[in-house]
Write a protein that binds this ligand. Structure first.
Ligand code: ZN
Length: 646
């Protein structure tokens, strides 16, 4: 009997979580002309990318490659993970080339790639600190280790090259040039020879995950299965390989810091360093898309439930604890000393998108959207050249939260992972809007854009017009090559269905009804959703119009009673956007603001303010709220997300 039940359970898992066969519509095929995301893509290409490239140059990060390559004399400058910032800056630059070709930037990237190729050792190894310093010795602290891969937990050797591969693929896709791809392949072939189960090969796992994601991506680009197999080897060996402790500022970090405490298939909780963890989880989801496996599937769903239903801020930020930049225990989500690293928000985006591609369930895109508009976007200034490393939920306008950030943004950090992660993710945003599955066209995000997609039987042009996230009106104009019957699936966000987030960690406390109207060529249609999607199947012909109207009321959000820091508190949202109060708009004081359950707010679009935002003003005009992402653009200020309920 027990055997029979477990057989059924396995069947359930396989049918519920089997490969969805969804393909994202690539960045190159999605164009923006105006709107919220177009403005931000412009900021990325005009400000953020030039800024991070310049910071990399000024800080000596490019010189390290030139010195390692023998093109320049000098000493290694900076930290052993700095190569990764350079690769991330190049990856972001390559995405902006895909959005809008710029011959000057293309040429500049060519000059950088010459440095990378020069710094690569003859067998493919690429790690400027060791090539310059030769074999260094030292304690097991943040150290390159006495010889190659002798101290992977601290060296970031594999982490850095993971970012190299991602940059190389983005550059190849942007330009068709193999220059950087060849550097990446030469390094990946070196890894394939070096690591594995065969005699003479090293059995260890990356101290900072990332190369797993990159190897699977490189497998997709080149078709070389050994890259996928190596990614799987690194995932399989977690919790099984030799461990060396890592010391950070004198204290020992245990194996759970690296998600190396037990084999992944037995892991059930999101633990340890939040960026490392979510890069691993992203890689597992991606691995499952290629090669489904019930044990890993079960593990990743358990871990996702733990991270999303118990350990996530209302911004979608994760990694509450500063000590170890780590996930804390369930429901421990302090407000004013929240860590919520910007990189952890990026990693959360990547993970949820992979989970979506694996399962086809819109709940992952709901989390993605929450992170996108709040936890992620809050990591960058409106102008695009200042950043947060940590993203608190409250500020007294003075605390620096231990990273020189939190109260005010900075143009760069000694450890510059966050600015470069913003610069690589932001310009890739259009790649997350659309997807296809055989003959099905899927709209996952609302953003003014155009795309042309090749379905199994036809080519379809789609034009999306919207003022989202400021209102919930979307018009889609569908133009297939010739009249053809196929489904169009449109994700109806959780917020438009009365659900703040999958699960119950955050819920709307008010009972405002949500209205959803959908019309095809002016005629109302049924709005039943399945798995979060409204599926419209018919014979589509050129110029057919779908109009979607989602009411976007101001909502009051309460947290699960287990989150002690939010007891008796309310947060305010409208659509996908979380709001906060900043001192600047509220006579300098926000921490004492109280909000009554019946208090109503009026949205008003203010084009001149903070790049153009909807503010929310309470009817007695005493409280003005701005989108959380737009705080800390007007100097140090008090800021509050969670208000005491009156
Ligand atoms: Zn970071």
């Amino acid at each position: 009997m027990t055997k029979y039940i477990s057989f059924l359970l396995i069947l359930f898992y396989q049918s519920a979580f089997s490969q969805s066969n969804i393909q994202p519509v690539p960045l190159k095929d999605v164009k923006t002309q105006k709107g919220f995301w177009h403005d931000r893509l412009q900021t990325a290409s005009n400000v953020t990318i030039p800024h991070v490239l310049q910071q990399c140059a000024q800080s000596g990060r490019f010189d390290n490659f030139a010195i390692a390559g023998g093109l320049q004399k000098g000493k290694f400058k900076g930290a052993l993970f700095d190569d990764s910032d350079v690769f991330k800056a190049v990856e972001g630059a390559a995405y902006t080339l895909q959005n809008h070709y710029n011959p000057k930037l293309d040429k500049y990237l060519d000059s950088l790639i010459t440095l990378f190729a020069a710094a690569q050792e003859p067998d493919g190894y690429l790690y400027t600190i060791r090539t310059i310093n030769k074999d260094t010795t030292g304690s097991y602290n943040w150290n390159a280790g006495p010889y190659r891969y002798s101290f992977e937990n601290g060296s970031h050797e594999l982490y850095n090259v993971g970012h190299l591969y991602e940059a190389a693929i983005a550059h190849y896709e942007a330009t068709g040039k193999r220059s950087l791809l060849d550097v990446a392949i030469k390094n990946a072939d070196h890894l394939v020879r070096t690591f594995g189960p065969n005699p003479g090969q090293l059995v260890l796992v990356p101290g900072h995950e990332e190369v797993e994601i990159a190897l699977i991506r490189l497998y997709r680009t080149t078709g070389k299965k050994e890259y996928f197999d190596l990614a799987r080897f690194f995932i399989d060996m977690r919790g099984r390989s030799d461990k060396r402790p890592l010391f950070l500022d004198g204290h020992k970090l245990g194996p759970s810091y690296f998600q190396d405490q037990i084999p992944v298939v037995r892991q059930k909780e999101a633990v340890g360093h939040a960026v490392r963890a979510q890069y691993l989880y992203s890689a597992i989801a991606d691995m499952l898309i290629v090669q489904d496996d019930e044990h890993y599937s079960k593990a990743i769903h358990h871990i996702w439930d733990d991270a999303t239903l118990k350990k996530q801020y209302v911004t979608g930020g994760v990694g509450a604890r500063e000590d170890g930049e780590a996930f804390d225990s369930a429901y421990v989500l302090p407000n004013n000393n929240a860590y919520a690293e910007t990189c952890a928000a990026v990693a959360n985006l990547l993970w949820n998108h992979k989970m979506y591609l694996y399962t086809g369930d819109a709940k992952y895109m709901d989390v993605f959207e929450r992170v996108l508009y709040n936890g992620f976007l809050g990591g960058m200034s409106v102008k695009g050249n200042e950043f947060f490393y940590v993203n608190p939920m409250a500020s007294n306008g003075a605390n620096d939260f231990g990273k020189g950030s939190g109260a005010i943004r900075h143009d760069w950090f000694g450890t510059a992972c966050c600015p470069t992660n913003v610069s690589r993710f932001l310009p890739s945003m259009p790649a997350y809007i659309y997807a296809i599955r055989d003959n099905e066209l899927i709209v996952n995000l609302f953003a003014e854009s155009q795309t042309s997609v090749k379905l199994k039987d036809t080519v379809v042009k789609l034009h999306q017009e919207t003022n989202y996230p400021w209102d919930g009106n979307i018009k889609l104009t569908v133009s297939p090559e010739k009249a053809h019957n196929f489904p169009i699936s449109i994700r109806i966000p959780g917020w438009a269905q009365g659900k703040a987030i999958p699960g119950d960690l955050y819920t709307y406390s008010d009972k405002v009804p949500v209205r959803l109207d959908v019309k095809i060529n002016g005629k109302k249609v049924e709005t039943n959703t399945q798995n979060g999607y409204l599926k419209l199947t018919k014979t589509w012909k050129k110029g057919d119009e779908i109009s979607i109207t989602m009411d976007m009321p101001v909502r009051k959000v309460v947290a699960d009673a287990n989150i002690k820091s939010n007891t008796g508190k309310i947060a305010i949202e409208r659509g996908p956007v979380l709001y906060c109060a900043e001192g600047k708009d509220n006579q300098g004081k926000t921490n004492s603001i109280k909000i009554a359950a019946e208090q109503s707010f009026k949205p008003q679009f203010r084009p001149e303010l903070l790049g153009g935002i909807n503010t929310l003003t309470s009817e007695n005009n005493k409280i003005t709220l701005i989108p959380y992402y737009a705080w800390a653009n007007r100097g140090a200020n008090e800021m509050t997300v969670w208000f005491d309920a009156k």
